[in-house]
Design a protein around this ligand. Structure first.
Ligand SMILES: Cc1cc2nc3c(=O)[nH]c(=O)nc-3n(C[C@H](O)[C@H](O)[C@H](O)COP(=O)(O)OP(=O)(O)OC[C@H]3O[C@@H](n4cnc5c(N)ncnc54)[C@H](O)[C@@H]3O)c2cc1C
Length: 503
């Protein structure tokens, strides 16, 4: 080796593990591996959670609908994963009732529905509140927008009030606290294996190289592509199911709950909370490419379903839609192949982790946000098999101590003139004890109803790797989902603040 090359090699940073992809799976891998004592690098070509992990229904759930396809083991595992997350995130994950209206598209009536929800409760080891069953009269009283004459059942799961992408960032933050080097806007563009990995990264115009003993491929819908770049192709195949959501300019439920309805194809769809507004969806359409957008056909379909399945005084039209979400579920086809199954909707939603020991690559395929803790732990186990000396990961997720929660709420109520409840809940949920330092003397809600203050925006921009307005308003905070672009543009205080902060 020449002296010049030697100097070059010396400058190359060395990691135990390089994780490619900063969606939920990359983020949990980074947190778990750092807690296991590894020197970790995570690179994400866009912002953290800027792809699939910002387009989900933001539910933490056991997958009640998979009972219909007899996937009992999957439901059991997802319920356990849900319960574990609910315990670890008492504020960021909120238990919520699903009121299912049993119309003619529902695959069962009240008796079977009652039995099914009880079974779901039991398979989830009674980790939620108990289900309930309602006559048509009581259902209508509970939720006046339900169609008159329809009975209903209720079961419980959980949701992420600040959205999926904020939840991903929580793991990024844990990873960073535990020593990981986490880089958004940094793409893997080339790789060379010589017993260890030499990786070419591109961040804007800047190109760098790093070395890592092993690579975790957590690129979601791009997992096959990246595994080929790494010359470690996976056995399992991936196919894509597109799903969209539309957010409305109002809340169409009478309480904090999800409405579960069945569409004209007999598939479950939902009215979900999005901040103080409602979100409707989703769809399940097979597509060939991961890059998708909401089409007119998608909008018409979702609006037709909601108007047909509810008795709304004012029907929902396109001009009431303030924001949209669109993504693909990467679905695993075990053993490879194109997923040409008789019923597309029957393809399993479970994740798999494939390890290529010769090339020291672990690839994650498919899965759900709900299963993220298992994914993190499975990856640690795979790297142990590769010979990494990993400890059992400890303290790598969760909200931490709740001991000062009431003290913080009292402080907000003493300082805020309006919307103290929303401000206290939002800040505590997103920042825990750090909220004491963020609060400021006179906290004011920038968007009444969302509980977000100027001080919080300043904190996030300075501390949470925000590069663009979208990073801040779409992913660290749910503003760009729960408010229209017109409302955001018309909010003078926010606009001035963004300009001052260089966004
Ligand atoms: C419509 C819909 C609804 C859903 N609802 C739910 C739900 O309610 N609950 C639930 O639990 N799950 C739900 N899911 C599933 C869940 O959202 C996904 O399983 C999860 O987000 C996948 O995360 P991921 O990290 O694997 O992929 P992604 O979030 O896509 O992350 C992969 C990342 O890799 C990056 N990347 C790709 N190539 C490179 C490269 N060369 N260099 C650097 N970075 C790269 C991408 O930019 C991307 O950010 C839903 C999915 C959809 C589509």
């Amino acid at each position: 080796m020449t002296e010049q090359n030697q100097t070059k090699t010396n400058k190359i940073e060395q990691f135990d593990v390089a994780i490619i992809g900063g969606g939920i799976n990359g983020a949990v891998a980074a947190a778990a591996l750092s807690a296991a004592g590894q020197k970790v690098l995570l690179v994400e070509k866009d912002d953290f959670a800027a792809f699939t992990s910002q387009e989900s229904s933001s539910l933490v759930w056991g997958g009640i609908k998979y009972l219909q396809t007899y996937e009992f083991l999957l439901v059991f595992k997802l319920c356990l994963a849900r319960n574990r997350l609910m315990r670890a995130y008492p504020n960021q994950i909120k238990q919520i009732g699903f009121l299912a209206s049993l119309g003619e598209n529902a695959p069962f009536g009240r008796v079977l529905g009652t039995f099914g929800t009880l079974f779901y409760w039991a398979i989830g080891l009674f980790g939620t509140k108990a289900p309930a069953s309602y006559s048509a009269k009581v259902a209508k009283e509970l939720e006046p927008n339900l169609i008159t004459g329809r009975k209903a059942v209720k079961y419980y799961d959980a949701e992420l009030p600040d959205n999926d992408s904020r939840f991903v960032f929580d793991f990024i933050r844990h990873a960073e606290r535990l020593g990981a080097d986490v880089r958004n806007y940094s793409e893997l563009v080339g790789a060379n294996f010589d017993g260890e990995w030499q990786l070419d990264l591109k961040a804007g115009r800047k190109k760098t190289q790093v070395r890592a003993r092993s690579v975790v491929n957590a690129t979601g819908p791009y997992a096959k592509e990246v595994s080929e770049m790494l010359q470690a192709p996976t056995e399992a195949g991936l196919v894509f199911s597109k799903g969209i959501h539309l957010v409305l300019n109002r809340n169409i439920t009478s309480d904090y709950r999800v409405l579960a309805l069945w569409d004209e194809q007999g598939r479950l769809f939902y009215v979900l909370p999005m901040g103080d507004r409602s979100m409707i969806g989703t769809t399940d359409t097979r597509v060939e490419n991961p890059e998708t957008e909401v089409t007119e056909e998608d909008r018409d379909f979702v609006l037709r379903q909601i108007n047909n399945q509810l008795e709304l005084k004012v029907p929902i039209t396109k001009d009431q839609v303030i924001s949209e979400r669109c993504g693909v579920r990467p679905l695993v086809v075990e053993g490879g192949g194109s997923g040409d199954v008789a019923d597309w909707h029957q393809l399993s939603r479970k994740h798999i982790v494939e390890a290529n020991k010769d090339r020291r690559v672990v690839t994650i395929l498919g899965g759900k946000l709900t299963d993220c803790l298992n994914v993190g732990e499975e990856i640690v186990a795979e790297l142990k098999e590769f010979g990494h000396s990993v400890a059992k990961p400890k303290d790598w997720f969760g909200e931490g101590s709740q001991a000062r929660r009431q003290e913080f709420y009292d402080l907000v109520f003493a300082r805020a003139t309006f919307n103290a409840e929303e401000i206290a809940a939002g800040m505590w949920r997103r920042h825990g004890e750090r909220a004491f330092d963020i609060l400021g003397a006179e906290p004011k809600d920038l968007f009444p109803g969302l509980g977000i203050t100027e001080e919080e925006v300043r904190y996030i921009v300075s501390n949470e790797k925000v590069v663009s307005r979208d990073d801040l308003l779409r992913r660290r905070l749910p503003v760009a989902m729960a408010r229209s672009s017109k409302e955001i543009a018309g909010n003078k205080a926010l606009q001035q603040l963004l300009v001052e902060l260089g966004l």
